[in-house]
Design a protein around this ligand. Structure first.
Ligand SMILES: Cc1cc2nc3c(=O)[nH]c(=O)nc-3n(C[C@H](O)[C@H](O)[C@H](O)COP(=O)(O)OP(=O)(O)OC[C@H]3O[C@@H](n4cnc5c(N)ncnc54)[C@H](O)[C@@H]3O)c2cc1C
Length: 424
């Protein structure tokens, strides 16, 4: 295989003198940055560095969230050899029930129910705790010889020139590579340094996340209770446990998480419904500000944005990470194709292909989830009537339901090879 091409006129020695030299530097050691490192290392004879502050191997800390991992993301994780370690912790979602009611309603009748499987009968979604997911991808990156995991001081800036990028860290160290990937999350420092603005807004909601144990088994069914303050999702985990991801009016949400356990549980019971019997808290609670943004550009000179640095979406459909993994699959293919043709992998012509590929999907997804949240997070009589008619109609249209399931599984559009389960 052709080695990754260094830009002409800059031999490896010269790059090394300018700082620690790599073929690709990824700043950000979240699930997206680490998965990208694995994918690139598998497909190219390249030295890939993942830099994350405070330290790439540090425990994720208080991330008590669980993620809905799509069938497409499962294929990518399988192709990277990461799925096997995760499989025992992955709870498949076989079916989804949707309700739409007021907070004070005694019952939350199911308005739409659908089979959550894709062609071949595989689940369209699996639920896993973020800490397990992160640990498995980190382990995958750590066992790849050509991936360097670099922790320590935060990346503070970068300068791109004709031949490469020099990244500066807060402790004065520098890293150098022909291509820099910003996987540094929602408040991306590199995006800011590149002067790339975002279009977006803050929701007047917060996301409350916790885990509960329930008396009765969930039978692999996820529930989305649409309530006037926001969606209340019950996502099945292994055992008789579920992760609750709950969008609530911001002031009220902060007051709810500050309650003692008994008060918090009482608020949850009001929204949970009775189907799973008695519930008890089975983990910490956490609150997330909810925002939406889209970077005005996904690329700059020798820089490319992936994951939340590129797009932040409302968690209503549990798709933020899946979008980030779609970036991983597309960027890997673009970089690998360029390297095999002997092109400079950081050149604008190469990065433009990634931008064309990923921009529409990110924009359409952000708009769709924003629209869903606006439509359902309201108690207006008019909107409730429209919703109820719409949900009733959807429930009687199996083909439409199947369309939504396939979309959410990430298996439509121009699907990159890794999401089809193929090697790049
Ligand atoms: C309540 C909630 C529920 C969600 N549920 C789902 C779901 O069910 N399914 C789903 O697909 N998505 C979900 N998401 C979205 C998903 O969690 C994110 O899209 C995903 O975690 C983004 O990953 P990332 O790697 O891009 O960013 P992050 O996980 O934020 O990682 C960023 C990394 O960059 C590092 N970093 C930051 N700045 C610097 C710097 N200057 N120098 C060095 N390193 C730096 C950080 O330390 C970290 O390692 C949810 C989000 C929320 C808020």
């Amino acid at each position: 295989m052709t080695p990754v091409k260094r830009p002409a006129g800059e031999p490896a020695d010269e790059m090394r003198r300018a700082g620690e030299a790599y073929d690709i530097v990824i700043v950000g050691g979240g699930a997206v940055g680490l998965a990208l490192a694995c994918a690139l290392a598998d497909a190219l004879p390249a030295n890939v560095a993942v830099h994350a502050a405070p330290f790439v191997g540090a425990p994720v800390g208080r991330d008590v969230r669980a993620s809905a991992v799509s069938a497409g993301s499962k294929r990518l994780l399988t192709a990277l050899g990461i799925w096997t370690a995760l499989a025992p912790h992955m709870e498949p979602v076989a079916a989804v029930d949707i309700t739409d009611s007021s907070l004070g309603d005694a019952f939350r009748p199911v308005l739409v129910s659908y089979d959550n499987t894709v062609e071949g009968g595989d689940p369209a979604t699996y639920i896993v705790e973020n800490e397990r997911l992160h640990a498995a991808i980190l382990e995958g990156a750590a066992r790849r010889q050509s991936v360097a995991l670099i922790g320590g001081a935060a990346a503070t800036g970068y300068v791109a020139d004709e031949h490469g990028v020099t990244i500066t860290l807060a402790d004065g160290r520098t890293l150098r590579a022909p291509l820099l990937v910003a996987a540094d999350g929602r408040a991306s420092r590199l995006r800011e340094v590149a002067g790339i603005g975002v279009v977006g807004w803050q929701y007047r909601q917060v996301g409350i996340v916790t885990t509960v144990r329930h008396q009765k088994p969930h039978r692999a069914r996820a529930v989305q209770n649409f309530l006037p303050a926001g969606p209340f999702a019950i996502l099945p985990l292994t055992g008789n446990r579920s992760c609750v991801t709950w969008a609530e009016d911001a002031d009220r949400g902060l007051a709810i998480v500050a309650l003692d356990d008994a008060g918090f549980l009482q608020e949850m019971e009001k929204r949970f419904g009775h189907r799973l019997g008695q519930i008890e808290l089975a983990g910490q609670r956490e609150v997330w500000p909810l925002e939406m943004h889209l970077a005005r550009s996904l690329v700059a000179d020798r820089l490319v944005l992936v994951g939340d640095a590129a797009h932040l979406v409302h968690p209503i459909a549990g798709q933020g990470l899946n979008l980030g993994l779609r970036d991983v699959a597309a960027l890997t293919e673009v970089v690998v194709d360029a390297a095999r043709l002997g092109l400079d992998i950081g050149s604008s012509i190469v990065l433009a292909r990634y931008q064309r590929w990923r921009r529409t999907d990110a924009a359409m997804s952000a708009a769709a989830f924003d629209g869903l949240n606006r439509l359902f997070s309201s108690d207006s009589t008019l909107l409730r009537t429209v919703r109820s008619a719409g949900l009733g109609l959807v429930d009687r249209m199996p083909a439409l339901k199947q369309f939504f399931v396939t979309e959410a599984a990430g298996l439509t559009g121009e699907v990159p090879k890794l999401l089809r389960g193929e090697r790049v």
